[in-house]
Write a protein that binds this ligand. Structure first.
Ligand code: SF4
Length: 298
């Protein structure tokens, strides 16, 4: 049997030189930095968990055609069906603005059945009647819908101090613009569609309202489930279903806005909005008119 290879090498004096012992050198700062750069290139890709950024709708020809088609189809639908369509098409980016008028209370009662999670807000100018504010709490208790009170940048004392007095006396268009329109514009940037309680028979401005339409003033789809209803239809439902309403309606106020710009109407006054901005040419706060980009046409 031959000698094992290493023994033979020893005998022949050809064995390999002993290996130097292994020494471990601490890496230099440069090596560590270079290694970190390489490692970072192989870092696991983090899963995107954030919601995609919200984008407002663009009034493309396709969207406008869809809205016109929906509006035509819903022309004979019941308000609850219109609300259900709006919820199906636009939730969670559907919202509703209410001033707690009879129409708003009717829609809130329907929303409670169809889509109670809908975000509802009120433009809280700081000049609302206490009865209106109390109604908000009553509705929250009854329907579980907490209407969000959106306020303008300046409180009433700050605003009046800035303008050397109440602006509703001297420039109500600007006052409505600052305390309603601007607030709605800010709210609109977070939604795709809003519902309002306007009826076509309320005024000539409102007579042109579609069931569904593009609201270019606020860059939103506007849905008016009660556009086809009459005042009588609204009050019949309120009485039939015991829907809460503003007690001021029983004291001669058919339409209620801010207290400085609302009065009770006298018997014989047939225009239900006669008590709003009475004695001036102003008839609307500007939320539901089509033109104007500033306060001048409100
Ligand atoms: S309704 Fe009167 S008080 Fe209210 S925001 Fe308009 S002008 Fe001002």
């Amino acid at each position: 049997m031959g000698k094992p290879a290493l023994a033979r090498q020893i005998c022949e004096g050809t064995e390999p030189a002993p290996r130097p012992s292994l020494r471990i050198y601490a890496p230099s700062a440069e090596m560590t930095a270079a290694a970190n750069v390489v490692l970072s290139e192989f870092a696991p890709v983090e899963q995107a968990t954030a919601e995609p950024a919200f984008r407002q709708l663009d009034p493309t020809p396709e969207l406008l055609a869809e809205l016109a088609d929906a509006s035509e189809r819903l022309e004979t639908a019941q308000p609850e069906e219109i609300i259900a369509w709006a919820h199906h098409r636009f939730a969670p980016h559907l919202t509703m603005a209410t001033a707690f008028g009879p129409e708003g209370c009717v829609i809130l009662s329907m929303l409670a059945k169809v889509a109670p999670e809908t975000y509802v807000f009120n433009l809280d100018t700081g000049y609302q009647f206490q009865e209106t504010l109390d109604l908000r709490d009553k509705i929250a208790r009854l329907y579980g819908i907490e209407v969000d009170m959106l306020q303008p940048e300046l409180t009433v004392p700050q605003y009046e101090a800035f303008h050397n007095g109440p602006l509703y006396k001297t420039n109500p268009n600007q006052c409505c613009f600052d305390r309603k329109i601007k607030v709605l514009r800010a709210a609109a940037t977070k939604h795709h569609a809003w519902m309002s309680g306007i009826r076509r028979d309320q005024s000539t401005d409102r007579a042109r309202a579609g069931i569904v339409e593009w609201d270019k003033k606020f860059n939103l789809v506007k849905i008016s489930p009660l556009a086809n209803w009459t005042k009588k239809d609204v009050w019949k439902l309120i009485l039939d279903e015991n829907i809460p309403y503003n007690p001021l309606h029983d004291q001669g106020f058919p339409s209620i806005g801010c207290w400085p710009c609302t009065r009770a109407v006298s018997e014989g006054e047939t225009d239900e909005r006669a008590g709003r901005w009475s004695g001036t040419a102003k008839t609307e706060c500007g939320l539901h008119t089509l033109e104007q980009q500033d306060g001048s046409g409100i």
